[in-house]
Design a binder for this molecule. Structure first.
Ligand code: HEC
Length: 150
């Protein structure tokens, strides 16, 4: 009886530790959110690269399409480099800057506030060092804090 009790406690500790260590990754968590909430406009039929989008922005916007973000490599481009901080600026709910004004892609994170906050939290955990700075202003330490695990 006593042995069963002790075993239960040990197992409880082990599973709590496992849950804490569980990392948010692109393949496990972010890819499916992107598929559901973002790829209608950022899928493979969008502008293939950011530079291609910028070159013919009016053309892509007319079709309601943004730059392509349907692979890990494409999405990471909008975190640390080259389009530094773009993903964070667009998805933030306005609390990081303190302005209260959400980025214009925040609304796409979910159908209601609860879903948007849940998905924002996933993106924040995935990115790691969540900051809104652009390239000339970001420090080396802040770049290194951006994790985006595959
Ligand atoms: C209804 C279409 C639509 C949906 C859905 C959508 N986007 Fe966008 N997105 C656009 C368009 C069009 C642009 C380019 C215009 C602009 O800059 O706002 C854009 C721009 C962006 C940019 C900025 C790229 C740059 O210029 O630096 C990011 C980052 C982004 N979207 C991320 C997302 C994410 C993440 C999601 C899902 C949570 C999402 N978007 C959902 C249409 C959409």
């Amino acid at each position: 009886m006593r042995k069963v009790f002790v075993t239960a406690i040990v197992l409880g500790f082990l599973s709590a530790g496992a849950a804490q260590a569980e990392q948010v990754t692109y393949t496990k968590d972010i890819k499916s959110v992107m598929e559901k909430q973002c790829l209608a406009c950022h899928g493979s039929d969008s502008a293939p690269e950011y530079a291609a989008f910028k070159k013919e922005q009016a053309f892509w916007m007319k079709q309601g399409k943004g730059p392509r973000m349907d692979t890990y490599s494409h999405l990471v481009f909008y975190t640390a480099w080259q389009d530094t901080g773009a993903l964070m600026r667009r998805l933030d709910d306005g609390k990081t800057s303190g302005s209260g004004k959400p980025g214009n892609m925040y609304q796409n994170l979910g159908a209601d506030e609860a879903e948007r906050q849940k998905n924002l939290s996933l993106f924040k955990q995935w990115v790691g060092g969540w900051m809104l700075k652009r390239l000339p202003d970001i420090t080396k330490e802040e770049i290194a804090a951006i994790k985006v695990p595959y």
